[in-house]
Design a protein around this ligand. Structure first.
Ligand SMILES: C[S@@+](CC[C@H](N)C(=O)[O-])C[C@H]1O[C@@H](n2cnc3c(N)ncnc32)[C@H](O)[C@@H]1O
Length: 224
């Protein structure tokens, strides 16, 4: 439904015969899709989920956008470096959508947000975001700076600034790193601000998706 709501057009719809009237209610933009009815086992096999959904739709994968265009038209952006687990990428997308971050920029080593697992975890919110990929971090941060963005490199390091003290501006880029090594020194330098979410003593770090949710919420509240 989320993909439909933001104007994506399905190629194929597989549905339970009893759900056909629901499709008629959805409207004109389904007119180009091939519609087939299928039994429970087929609908289950189509998604790989444990339950047979009454309606399953196949959409063309949306194209990535150019990162400069993404920066021009979004005020809140999440940037991922080496986040290579699709479950984490999906959970980050879901938090981004929930807290009003509308752009996602991936480096060359982060997972595809349209991978099946990532899409499922994101509950389809992936279709709401502008998504770009670039391998040139220097150029990416230079473009963000000249567009008036404050970039916050999230790190559990104890000498980083506590998130609760951050007064974010109108244009915000939140930068998150890999589950293994975190953000490299280069990425921290390029982002400029280093920000931490305080944790209990003896805890090394949060999962990257949990950190993204807390940081998105923290920066959203402060921006009113
Ligand atoms: C599992 S952590 C990486 C741990 C790595 N040892 C480090 O020092 O960054 C994955 C990512 O989540 C974010 N993160 C995790 N815990 C955080 C915290 N307490 N404060 C801010 N960011 C955090 C950072 O962006 C980090 O790169």
């Amino acid at each position: 439904m989320r993909a439909l709501e933001v104007g994506h057009v399905p190629e194929l719809i597989i549905c339970d015969e009893a759900a056909l009237p629901t499709l008629e209610g959805i409207g004109d933009h389904l007119s180009t899709a091939t519609v087939v009815t299928a039994d429970e086992a087929t609908r289950k096999a189509a998604t790989g989920l444990g339950v047979a959904l009454p309606i399953v739709a196949l959409f063309p994968k949306p194209p990535l956008v150019d990162h400069s265009e993404l920066i021009a038209r979004n005020d809140r952006i999440i940037i991922l470096s080496q986040v290579d687990n699709p479950t984490n990428v999906g959970a980050i997308v879901r938090s981004a959508a929930a807290f009003g971050f509308t752009g996602l920029v991936l480096d060359g080593e982060s997972s595809d947000p349209f991978a099946r697992r990532a899409l499922r975890v994101a509950m389809g919110t992936t279709f709401q975001l502008d998504i770009a990929r670039t391998g040139d971090a220097e150029e990416l941060f230079a473009t963000l700076r000249s567009a008036g963005f404050d970039s916050y490199a999230m790190t559990p390091a104890s000498d980083a600034v506590d998130l609760s003290g951050v007064k974010a501006g109108r244009r915000v880029a939140l930068v998150l790193g890999s589950e293994r090594d975190g953000l490299s020194d280069d990425w921290m330098r390029l982002a400029g601000h280093r920000v931490r979410i305080p944790m209990a003593a003896g805890v090394d770090s949060l999962n990257v998706a949990a950190a993204a949710a807390v940081a998105c919420y923290g920066l959203t509240r402060r921006n009113g």
